[in-house]
Design a protein around this ligand. Structure first.
Ligand code: SF4
Length: 361
Protein backbone atom coordinates (compact mmCIF):
# COMPACT_ATOMS: atom_id res chain seq x y z
CA UNK A 1 0.00 0.00 0.00
CA UNK A 2 1.40 3.37 -0.98
CA UNK A 3 1.63 5.73 1.97
CA UNK A 4 1.24 9.50 1.92
CA UNK A 5 4.69 10.98 2.33
CA UNK A 6 5.08 12.63 5.72
CA UNK A 7 7.82 13.99 7.87
CA UNK A 8 8.97 11.84 10.79
CA UNK A 9 8.44 12.71 14.43
CA UNK A 10 9.74 10.74 17.42
CA UNK A 11 7.63 9.80 20.37
CA UNK A 12 10.14 8.47 22.88
CA UNK A 13 11.85 5.69 20.94
CA UNK A 14 9.01 5.24 18.44
CA UNK A 15 9.39 7.01 15.09
CA UNK A 16 6.11 8.03 13.48
CA UNK A 17 5.83 8.85 9.80
CA UNK A 18 5.65 7.33 6.35
CA UNK A 19 9.24 6.09 6.48
CA UNK A 20 8.42 3.86 9.45
CA UNK A 21 6.09 1.02 10.30
CA UNK A 22 2.58 1.90 11.42
CA UNK A 23 2.53 1.80 15.21
CA UNK A 24 -0.32 0.56 17.38
CA UNK A 25 -1.48 2.54 20.37
CA UNK A 26 -4.17 2.52 22.99
CA UNK A 27 -5.41 4.50 25.96
CA UNK A 28 -5.63 3.32 29.56
CA UNK A 29 -9.08 3.02 31.08
CA UNK A 30 -7.87 3.19 34.69
CA UNK A 31 -7.96 6.26 36.90
CA UNK A 32 -4.50 7.69 36.18
CA UNK A 33 -4.23 8.80 39.81
CA UNK A 34 -4.14 5.10 40.68
CA UNK A 35 -0.57 4.61 39.50
CA UNK A 36 -0.40 0.90 40.33
CA UNK A 37 -3.56 0.01 38.39
CA UNK A 38 -2.38 2.16 35.47
CA UNK A 39 1.08 0.59 35.42
CA UNK A 40 -0.44 -2.90 35.48
CA UNK A 41 -2.73 -2.06 32.59
CA UNK A 42 0.07 -0.52 30.54
CA UNK A 43 2.35 -3.51 31.14
CA UNK A 44 -0.39 -5.88 30.05
CA UNK A 45 -1.00 -3.81 26.92
CA UNK A 46 2.72 -3.72 26.17
CA UNK A 47 2.67 -7.52 26.20
CA UNK A 48 -0.21 -7.48 23.72
CA UNK A 49 1.71 -5.31 21.25
CA UNK A 50 0.75 -1.80 22.30
CA UNK A 51 3.60 0.50 21.29
CA UNK A 52 2.39 3.89 22.57
CA UNK A 53 0.11 4.51 25.53
CA UNK A 54 -2.04 7.56 26.20
CA UNK A 55 -3.35 8.35 29.65
CA UNK A 56 -5.97 10.89 30.71
CA UNK A 57 -4.61 13.73 32.81
CA UNK A 58 -7.69 15.46 34.22
CA UNK A 59 -6.06 17.02 37.30
CA UNK A 60 -2.83 17.73 39.10
CA UNK A 61 -2.91 14.46 41.02
CA UNK A 62 -3.00 12.54 37.73
CA UNK A 63 -0.15 14.66 36.34
CA UNK A 64 1.87 13.86 39.47
CA UNK A 65 1.16 10.12 39.10
CA UNK A 66 2.93 10.17 35.72
CA UNK A 67 6.26 10.37 37.52
CA UNK A 68 5.71 6.93 39.08
CA UNK A 69 4.02 5.44 36.03
CA UNK A 70 6.88 6.45 33.73
CA UNK A 71 9.41 4.69 35.94
CA UNK A 72 7.69 1.35 35.48
CA UNK A 73 6.71 1.19 31.82
CA UNK A 74 8.78 0.73 28.69
CA UNK A 75 6.60 2.28 25.98
CA UNK A 76 6.24 6.02 25.33
CA UNK A 77 3.50 7.79 27.25
CA UNK A 78 1.27 10.54 25.87
CA UNK A 79 -0.51 12.79 28.36
CA UNK A 80 -4.04 13.61 27.27
CA UNK A 81 -4.79 17.17 28.36
CA UNK A 82 -7.80 19.35 27.81
CA UNK A 83 -7.71 23.12 28.26
CA UNK A 84 -5.32 23.33 31.23
CA UNK A 85 -1.81 24.34 30.22
CA UNK A 86 -0.50 23.85 33.76
CA UNK A 87 -1.31 20.15 33.55
CA UNK A 88 0.62 19.97 30.28
CA UNK A 89 3.66 21.56 31.92
CA UNK A 90 3.42 19.21 34.89
CA UNK A 91 3.03 16.18 32.62
CA UNK A 92 6.17 17.11 30.69
CA UNK A 93 8.03 17.75 33.94
CA UNK A 94 7.01 14.27 35.12
CA UNK A 95 8.29 12.51 32.04
CA UNK A 96 5.48 12.43 29.46
CA UNK A 97 6.95 11.66 26.03
CA UNK A 98 4.25 13.57 24.21
CA UNK A 99 1.10 15.62 24.66
CA UNK A 100 -2.35 15.42 23.20
CA UNK A 101 -3.46 19.01 23.47
CA UNK A 102 -4.97 21.58 21.14
CA UNK A 103 -2.98 24.80 21.50
CA UNK A 104 -5.96 26.93 20.53
CA UNK A 105 -7.81 25.72 23.62
CA UNK A 106 -5.37 26.64 26.37
CA UNK A 107 -5.81 30.37 26.63
CA UNK A 108 -3.31 33.15 26.09
CA UNK A 109 -0.35 33.16 23.78
CA UNK A 110 1.88 33.14 26.86
CA UNK A 111 0.34 29.83 27.98
CA UNK A 112 0.89 28.30 24.56
CA UNK A 113 4.48 29.50 24.47
CA UNK A 114 5.21 27.91 27.85
CA UNK A 115 3.80 24.56 26.75
CA UNK A 116 5.56 24.63 23.38
CA UNK A 117 8.88 25.52 24.98
CA UNK A 118 8.53 22.73 27.58
CA UNK A 119 7.69 20.19 24.83
CA UNK A 120 10.48 21.40 22.54
CA UNK A 121 13.05 21.24 25.35
CA UNK A 122 12.48 17.50 25.76
CA UNK A 123 11.64 16.79 22.11
CA UNK A 124 8.08 15.74 22.99
CA UNK A 125 5.62 15.83 20.06
CA UNK A 126 2.17 17.35 20.32
CA UNK A 127 -0.87 15.66 18.86
CA UNK A 128 -3.57 17.96 17.64
CA UNK A 129 -6.82 16.07 17.89
CA UNK A 130 -9.99 17.21 16.15
CA UNK A 131 -13.17 15.28 16.86
CA UNK A 132 -16.33 15.95 14.90
CA UNK A 133 -18.34 16.18 18.13
CA UNK A 134 -16.22 18.87 19.76
CA UNK A 135 -15.24 21.31 17.02
CA UNK A 136 -14.92 24.94 18.09
CA UNK A 137 -17.96 27.17 17.58
CA UNK A 138 -16.30 29.21 14.83
CA UNK A 139 -16.08 26.09 12.63
CA UNK A 140 -19.16 24.32 13.95
CA UNK A 141 -21.37 27.12 12.66
CA UNK A 142 -20.38 26.24 9.10
CA UNK A 143 -21.65 22.67 9.47
CA UNK A 144 -24.98 22.30 7.74
CA UNK A 145 -27.04 20.17 5.41
CA UNK A 146 -27.81 16.49 5.20
CA UNK A 147 -26.21 13.50 3.57
CA UNK A 148 -23.35 14.44 1.23
CA UNK A 149 -23.50 18.13 2.13
CA UNK A 150 -23.26 17.35 5.85
CA UNK A 151 -20.28 15.09 5.24
CA UNK A 152 -18.53 17.83 3.24
CA UNK A 153 -19.23 20.71 5.61
CA UNK A 154 -18.21 18.66 8.65
CA UNK A 155 -15.00 17.41 7.01
CA UNK A 156 -14.09 20.97 5.94
CA UNK A 157 -14.74 22.27 9.44
CA UNK A 158 -12.52 19.54 10.92
CA UNK A 159 -9.66 20.25 8.51
CA UNK A 160 -9.90 24.01 9.15
CA UNK A 161 -9.88 23.49 12.90
CA UNK A 162 -6.76 21.31 12.63
CA UNK A 163 -5.06 23.93 10.45
CA UNK A 164 -5.77 26.63 13.01
CA UNK A 165 -4.03 24.64 15.76
CA UNK A 166 -1.18 23.67 13.42
CA UNK A 167 -0.70 27.34 12.54
CA UNK A 168 -0.35 28.29 16.20
CA UNK A 169 2.44 25.73 16.70
CA UNK A 170 4.18 26.58 13.43
CA UNK A 171 4.29 30.27 14.35
CA UNK A 172 6.33 29.20 17.37
CA UNK A 173 8.56 27.11 15.07
CA UNK A 174 7.30 23.86 16.57
CA UNK A 175 6.99 21.05 14.03
CA UNK A 176 6.94 17.87 16.12
CA UNK A 177 3.25 17.53 15.32
CA UNK A 178 0.89 14.71 14.52
CA UNK A 179 -2.76 15.16 13.79
CA UNK A 180 -5.89 13.13 14.30
CA UNK A 181 -9.19 13.84 12.59
CA UNK A 182 -11.89 11.64 14.00
CA UNK A 183 -15.55 11.56 13.13
CA UNK A 184 -18.01 8.90 14.15
CA UNK A 185 -18.65 8.03 10.51
CA UNK A 186 -16.20 6.73 7.96
CA UNK A 187 -17.01 9.07 5.02
CA UNK A 188 -16.48 12.26 7.01
CA UNK A 189 -13.25 10.94 8.50
CA UNK A 190 -11.93 10.01 5.08
CA UNK A 191 -12.78 13.34 3.47
CA UNK A 192 -11.29 15.33 6.38
CA UNK A 193 -7.99 13.46 5.86
CA UNK A 194 -8.08 14.12 2.12
CA UNK A 195 -8.55 17.85 2.73
CA UNK A 196 -5.84 18.14 5.39
CA UNK A 197 -3.35 16.00 3.48
CA UNK A 198 -3.28 18.69 0.77
CA UNK A 199 -2.20 21.30 3.32
CA UNK A 200 0.53 19.68 5.43
CA UNK A 201 2.94 16.75 5.73
CA UNK A 202 2.50 15.95 9.41
CA UNK A 203 1.90 12.28 10.28
CA UNK A 204 -1.65 11.15 10.91
CA UNK A 205 -2.88 9.30 13.98
CA UNK A 206 -5.94 7.47 12.66
CA UNK A 207 -9.04 5.83 14.08
CA UNK A 208 -12.79 6.04 14.12
CA UNK A 209 -13.87 7.72 17.31
CA UNK A 210 -16.43 6.21 19.68
CA UNK A 211 -16.72 3.27 17.31
CA UNK A 212 -18.93 1.23 19.63
CA UNK A 213 -18.86 -2.07 21.43
CA UNK A 214 -16.54 -4.95 20.61
CA UNK A 215 -18.22 -6.46 17.57
CA UNK A 216 -19.79 -3.42 15.91
CA UNK A 217 -16.88 -1.17 16.90
CA UNK A 218 -14.30 -3.58 15.53
CA UNK A 219 -16.18 -3.80 12.23
CA UNK A 220 -16.58 -0.02 11.93
CA UNK A 221 -12.94 0.53 12.88
CA UNK A 222 -11.75 -2.09 10.42
CA UNK A 223 -13.75 -0.53 7.60
CA UNK A 224 -12.72 3.05 8.42
CA UNK A 225 -9.05 2.39 9.19
CA UNK A 226 -8.67 0.15 6.13
CA UNK A 227 -10.18 2.81 3.87
CA UNK A 228 -7.83 5.45 5.29
CA UNK A 229 -4.82 3.17 4.92
CA UNK A 230 -5.82 2.21 1.39
CA UNK A 231 -5.65 5.93 0.50
CA UNK A 232 -2.22 6.17 2.13
CA UNK A 233 -3.33 7.94 5.33
CA UNK A 234 -2.18 6.66 8.70
CA UNK A 235 1.12 6.44 10.55
CA UNK A 236 -0.13 5.30 13.94
CA UNK A 237 -3.43 3.58 14.75
CA UNK A 238 -5.77 3.60 17.70
CA UNK A 239 -8.94 1.52 17.70
CA UNK A 240 -11.51 3.01 20.10
CA UNK A 241 -13.88 0.49 21.64
CA UNK A 242 -16.26 0.32 24.57
CA UNK A 243 -14.31 -2.77 25.60
CA UNK A 244 -11.10 -3.56 27.48
CA UNK A 245 -8.09 -1.81 25.91
CA UNK A 246 -6.46 -5.19 25.18
CA UNK A 247 -9.22 -5.68 22.63
CA UNK A 248 -8.36 -2.37 20.98
CA UNK A 249 -4.76 -3.53 20.56
CA UNK A 250 -5.81 -6.95 19.25
CA UNK A 251 -8.21 -5.41 16.73
CA UNK A 252 -5.61 -2.86 15.56
CA UNK A 253 -3.00 -5.58 14.97
CA UNK A 254 -5.60 -7.73 13.30
CA UNK A 255 -6.49 -4.92 10.86
CA UNK A 256 -2.82 -4.28 10.04
CA UNK A 257 -2.15 -8.01 9.67
CA UNK A 258 -5.16 -8.49 7.38
CA UNK A 259 -3.79 -5.74 5.12
CA UNK A 260 -0.32 -7.27 5.13
CA UNK A 261 1.14 -4.19 6.86
CA UNK A 262 2.24 -5.82 10.12
CA UNK A 263 2.87 -9.43 11.05
CA UNK A 264 2.55 -9.47 14.80
CA UNK A 265 0.70 -12.35 16.45
CA UNK A 266 -1.09 -15.50 15.33
CA UNK A 267 -3.66 -15.45 12.57
CA UNK A 268 -6.52 -17.89 13.10
CA UNK A 269 -8.10 -19.27 9.95
CA UNK A 270 -11.27 -21.19 10.72
CA UNK A 271 -14.13 -22.44 8.61
CA UNK A 272 -17.70 -21.23 9.18
CA UNK A 273 -18.80 -24.89 9.62
CA UNK A 274 -21.70 -26.54 7.82
CA UNK A 275 -23.59 -29.82 7.84
CA UNK A 276 -20.35 -31.73 7.10
CA UNK A 277 -18.61 -30.49 10.23
CA UNK A 278 -17.45 -33.25 12.59
CA UNK A 279 -15.67 -31.29 15.34
CA UNK A 280 -16.58 -28.21 17.37
CA UNK A 281 -14.71 -25.69 15.23
CA UNK A 282 -16.02 -22.64 17.09
CA UNK A 283 -14.91 -23.91 20.47
CA UNK A 284 -11.50 -25.09 19.25
CA UNK A 285 -10.75 -21.92 17.24
CA UNK A 286 -11.90 -19.65 20.07
CA UNK A 287 -9.84 -21.49 22.65
CA UNK A 288 -6.74 -21.58 20.45
CA UNK A 289 -7.13 -17.84 19.85
CA UNK A 290 -7.59 -17.21 23.57
CA UNK A 291 -4.53 -19.22 24.55
CA UNK A 292 -2.36 -17.49 21.96
CA UNK A 293 -3.71 -13.99 22.51
CA UNK A 294 -0.54 -12.73 24.24
CA UNK A 295 1.84 -14.24 21.69
CA UNK A 296 3.71 -12.11 19.17
CA UNK A 297 4.58 -15.13 16.98
CA UNK A 298 3.46 -14.39 13.38
CA UNK A 299 2.02 -17.85 12.64
CA UNK A 300 -1.11 -18.93 10.80
CA UNK A 301 -3.25 -21.65 12.37
CA UNK A 302 -6.17 -23.24 10.56
CA UNK A 303 -9.07 -24.97 12.29
CA UNK A 304 -11.26 -26.74 9.74
CA UNK A 305 -14.35 -28.86 10.33
CA UNK A 306 -14.12 -31.75 7.90
CA UNK A 307 -12.14 -33.62 5.30
CA UNK A 308 -13.71 -31.84 2.29
CA UNK A 309 -11.89 -28.47 2.42
CA UNK A 310 -10.15 -28.98 5.72
CA UNK A 311 -6.90 -30.71 4.76
CA UNK A 312 -6.19 -28.19 1.98
CA UNK A 313 -6.48 -25.13 4.23
CA UNK A 314 -4.95 -26.86 7.25
CA UNK A 315 -1.88 -27.84 5.25
CA UNK A 316 -1.46 -24.39 3.68
CA UNK A 317 -1.36 -22.67 7.07
CA UNK A 318 1.75 -22.97 9.26
CA UNK A 319 -0.20 -25.28 11.58
CA UNK A 320 -3.67 -26.70 11.30
CA UNK A 321 -6.25 -29.25 12.21
CA UNK A 322 -8.92 -30.85 10.04
CA UNK A 323 -11.78 -32.73 11.66
CA UNK A 324 -13.00 -36.19 10.82
CA UNK A 325 -15.67 -38.13 12.75
CA UNK A 326 -14.90 -36.63 16.15
CA UNK A 327 -11.16 -36.93 15.61
CA UNK A 328 -8.60 -34.55 14.22
CA UNK A 329 -5.65 -34.67 11.83
CA UNK A 330 -2.93 -32.19 12.78
CA UNK A 331 -0.72 -30.55 10.17
CA UNK A 332 2.59 -28.84 10.63
CA UNK A 333 4.05 -26.87 7.73
CA UNK A 334 2.00 -28.83 5.22
CA UNK A 335 2.66 -32.31 6.57
CA UNK A 336 0.44 -34.58 8.66
CA UNK A 337 2.12 -34.98 12.04
CA UNK A 338 -0.67 -36.51 14.13
CA UNK A 339 -3.71 -38.58 13.11
CA UNK A 340 -6.82 -39.74 14.96
CA UNK A 341 -6.40 -37.18 17.72
CA UNK A 342 -9.36 -37.35 20.05
CA UNK A 343 -11.43 -34.14 19.87
CA UNK A 344 -10.86 -33.44 23.55
CA UNK A 345 -7.10 -33.41 22.98
CA UNK A 346 -6.97 -31.44 19.72
CA UNK A 347 -6.27 -28.03 21.30
CA UNK A 348 -3.41 -29.21 23.50
CA UNK A 349 -1.82 -31.29 20.76
CA UNK A 350 -2.15 -28.58 18.12
CA UNK A 351 -0.58 -25.99 20.40
CA UNK A 352 2.22 -28.37 21.39
CA UNK A 353 3.23 -28.54 17.70
CA UNK A 354 3.79 -24.80 17.40
CA UNK A 355 7.56 -24.28 17.42
CA UNK A 356 7.28 -20.53 17.83
CA UNK A 357 5.64 -20.98 21.24
CA UNK A 358 8.29 -23.32 22.63
CA UNK A 359 10.65 -22.03 25.28
CA UNK A 360 14.07 -21.21 23.84
CA UNK A 361 16.65 -23.75 25.00
S1 SF4 B 1 -14.29 -27.12 5.99
FE1 SF4 B 1 -15.87 -28.70 5.92
S2 SF4 B 1 -17.12 -28.28 7.73
FE2 SF4 B 1 -15.96 -26.44 7.33
S3 SF4 B 1 -17.35 -25.22 6.09
FE3 SF4 B 1 -15.97 -26.31 4.70
S4 SF4 B 1 -17.11 -28.15 4.14
FE4 SF4 B 1 -18.10 -27.30 5.97
Amino acid sequence: MKRRKTRTIHLGGVPIGSGHRISVQSMTKTDTRDAVATINQVKHLEGMGCEIIRVAVPDLEAAEALKIIKKHIAIPLVADIHFNYRLALKAIENGADGLRINPGNIGSRANVEKVVKAAADVNAPIRIGVNSGSIEKEYKNAIKGEGKELVETTARAMARSALKHIGILEKLKFHQIKVSLKATDVQTTLLAHELLAKECDYPFHIGITEAGTLLTGAVKSAVGISMLLSKGYGDTVRVSLSAPPEREVMVAHSILRSLGLRERGPEIISCPTCGRCTIDVEEIATEVERRLSGSSAPVSIAVMGCVVNGPGEASRADYGVAGGRGKGVIFRHGKVVRKDVDESKIIDELISEIDELKEPH
